[in-house]
Design a protein around this ligand. Structure first.
Ligand code: E4P
Length: 221
């Protein structure tokens, strides 16, 4: 499974990328708005840092506008993926952009039917937002299960990119049901690294080592 970071913060991306665990990055207008600097410059810097796919979202809501923005974004770097919202105009834009050879990530997917349509329109990635579904009392992971099944039934080329991840359990469940990618805030990836027994185990190893060194130095062994 590929692990993406859902952030536009270059420092956090660099830190985790150095560990070799970052396959790509997703951004959205909310995440970009949190960072200083110009939109395209931020995306360019992320694309230089991360070799994998970097999603950058259009803000137009009409298909011609989305296509124009998408074409411009795609010139920033070869690893840019154009993110388009799952609205009827977004499907039209997805079709045009994919026919032009530009990879599209259809975002804000909240139902399996929306995902099926996005894949059919030519999306390379379909992004279900599971945390936001959980927030309104629905089971976000059920949507991921449905999309994975549909992808497999028809051998669709669209990858299931699980977004709106809130905790490590979401990542684990997405991996178990066969999602292609999980995109998560840096804090979630940090949490995935830790376990209290790892810390306690390491402390015991180091304490025992120190004790043994002292005993040996005193000539008791
Ligand atoms: C995915 O591509 C989106 O950027 C993201 O996962 C949205 O998550 P949120 O619900 O935490 O805003």
């Amino acid at each position: 499974m590929k692990l993406f970071l859902d952030t536009a913060n270059l420092a956090q991306i660099k830190k985790l990328n150095q560990m070799g665990v970052v396959d790509g990055v997703t951004t959205n207008p909310t995440l970009i708005a949190k960072e200083p600097g110009e939109f395209e410059e931020i995306v360019r810097a992320i694309c230089r840092e991360v070799k994998g796919d970097v999603s950058a979202e259009v803000v137009a809501t009409d298909s011609d506008g989305m296509v124009a923005e998408g074409k411009r974004l795609s010139t920033i770097a070869p690893n840019v993926v154009v993110k388009v919202p799952m609205i009827p105009e977004g499907l039209r834009a997805t079709k045009s952009l994919s026919v032009a050879g530009i990879r599209v990530n259809v975002t804000l997917v909240f139902s399996a039917n929306q995902g099926l349509l996005a894949a059919k329109a030519g999306a390379s990635f379909v992004s279900p937002f599971i945390g936001r579904l959980d927030d309104i009392g629905q089971r976000g992971m059920e949507l991921v299960e449905d999309l994975v099944k549909i992808r497999d039934n028809y051998r669709l080329k669209a990858e299931v990119l699980v977004g709106s991840i809130r905790h490590p359990q979401h990542v684990l469940e997405a991996a178990k049901v066969g999602a292609d990618i999980a995109t998560m805030p840096p804090e979630v990836m940090e949490k995935m690294m830790h376990h209290p027994l790892t810390d306690a185990g390491l402390k015991r190893f180091l304490d025992d080592w120190e004790k043994a060194k002292k005993t040996r130095a005193s000539g008791a062994v």
